[in-house]
Design a protein around this ligand. Sequence first.
Ligand SMILES: C[S@@+](CC[C@H](N)C(=O)[O-])C[C@H]1O[C@@H](n2cnc3c(N)ncnc32)[C@H](O)[C@@H]1O
Length: 241
Amino acid sequence: MARIICAGLGPGDPDLISVKSDRAIRQATQIAYFRKAGRKGQARQIVEGMLAPGATEFAMEYPVTTEVLFNTPEYNDILARFYDDWAARLAAMPGEVVVLCEGDPFFYGSFMHLYTRLLGRVEIDVIPGITGMTGCWNATGIPITWGDDVMTVLMATLPEEDLIQHMRQSDALVIMKTGRNLPKVRRALEAAGRLDAAWLVEYGTMPKQRVVKLAEVDGTETPYFAIVLIHGHGRRPEIAE
Ligand SMILES: C[S@@+](CC[C@H](N)C(=O)[O-])C[C@H]1O[C@@H](n2cnc3c(N)ncnc32)[C@H](O)[C@@H]1O
């Protein structure tokens, strides 16, 4: 029976990899990671210089297609087949395979698509990681939640009305997958009366890290590794950003 170890890598700075993941990565003879075709891949980049000599690498490249649009049922079918195929290939590998995953594997991680397919077929060990958002709010230098604060994590891909509703109800906010959804996020924050409190963190804990107030940003797009944050105040007005 194959054994799959999913190593959470943390937000990007290799020094933030856990001791347990670090050990698994350095000892691995087979390593697999997701990446976009033609790119090195963020997960692979984080572990640069850590792999054992002779380790076999498996780049699981997301399917690209020019005929089918993203987020359509057709594309979702293609993606499901891609995960089916890799789950079967990993399950058939002899011995241990370490799968790399940015942040924490069970927090919106692509690995979860393999995990659900592999459960019961192989032995699986998931090593937790520091999430990207943790790295990002630490990068702002301001505590994220106090006392009774309610924190909500939102995907910028949600409909605008849903974003506005959650933005109005929560104290602290984390908005992920901003990318091309930035104008929608900005409009929703404005409608909820919270734009001025929002921070944008790009490439949190990585060499290209950028931390700015969202209201001071002109662009209509962010990189893939970007998070918008609003800090809670513990529902006490004297603690402000
Ligand atoms: C598919 S989710 C993966 C989350 C990951 N499993 C985690 O625990 O953080 C990808 C999104 O996480 C956010 N993200 C993860 N790491 C980040 C970082 N270091 N800086 C900024 N955003 C990050 C971005 O919003 C990105 O679009």
